[in-house]
Design a protein around this ligand. Sequence first.
Ligand SMILES: [Zn+2]
Ligand SMILES: [Zn+2]
Length: 389
Amino acid sequence: MRNCLLIFFFLIGSFVSAQQVRIGVFHSKKISQITLQVSSGEYRVFGDTTFLKTLHAEESMSVKTIINDVSISVDGVGFWKFAKIFIVPSKNNSSLKYTTTHPVYKARIYDDGVELSTAKSKLKIVNIVDMEDYLSGVIESEGGGGKHLDYYKVQAVMSRTYALKNEKRHRKEGFQLCDGVHCQAYHKKLTHTPKIRQAVKETKGEVLVDARNKLVTSFFSANCGGQTNDASYVWNTSVSYIESFIDTFCIHTRQSTWTKKISKNAWKNFLKKQYNVTEEQVGKLLYNFDQEQRKAFYIHPSLGVPLRDLRKKFKLKSIFFSTHLEGEFVVLNGRGFGHGVGLCQEGAMNMAKNHISYDRIARFYFKDVRVIDYYKELYFKQEFRALEH
Ligand SMILES: [Zn+2]
Ligand SMILES: [Zn+2]
């Protein structure tokens, strides 16, 4: 019976596609009850190994948690208790609308199937989704519409690289990645931007690897301010494929510059209290700092004031700023938004607009990297290993 069921799941699964990922959705929320409604396609519902019913278009069912079991009710008629509920698509392009009823959050629509169980007295909701559908949802959740195709393509390659590199991140919880910024924001299926679907499809299976053929960590930030950042300036560790260089693609964009005024006293007190750096010691340099090229420390490295500490304390958009005094205020003139390491999103958007291909964009922001077909290379690796034994 069990084997028959597995074969059945496999057949049903083949309606979607080979590479599936398990994503914990509503991960940070404490959901105890949810209604699932067929938004498109058709589904089959299983309680543990028992087939329960078919869910047709528009039909819904609700699921709630009772201590260590999941109980379900279908359109308010009948209750069952199971350890796990599987809602499996039986047609292509099936999607479900997830409406949490306790507590209430904004409803979301996700592609493909879902598995429900109870963990720590709340529902564990795992969307079992085709990798390419997942990536499409991520790119739309994180970036929105209106960009050029090659920008979406570079995003697709980076998101896929991230997903594969971090596929064990939530292993202990029974899924691969969560739906929040801890992993990659994934708040819905792709809905409004067909170009994203095209970009994901045209880069199917492609990832970014470094000179040693290892998946890279796909660092990115909104705008580097005209010079990308060294990873060690931000995290104290250097990364072989990250180096600081001049980026002229982002300097006339929306987030390329910023200014902020901070009271002279707040500035002075923080530097004195945290680092024992005073006006007596450094004179006017305490307020007059010049950063033509990116630096890691304020005034001078010997004083030990990392710019990243100032960014955190005063909630600055970036660490790429110069300062001067105006009356009772320290005025900061800054460039860029975010940590500035790796791909600069506004620069990449501009490159795509200027017909630069996605792999050139990736190779511009990451040193000595290649875009490869992950599954093809993996296949050859396995073949090679098989020959060795
Ligand atoms: Zn996560
Ligand atoms: Zn830039």
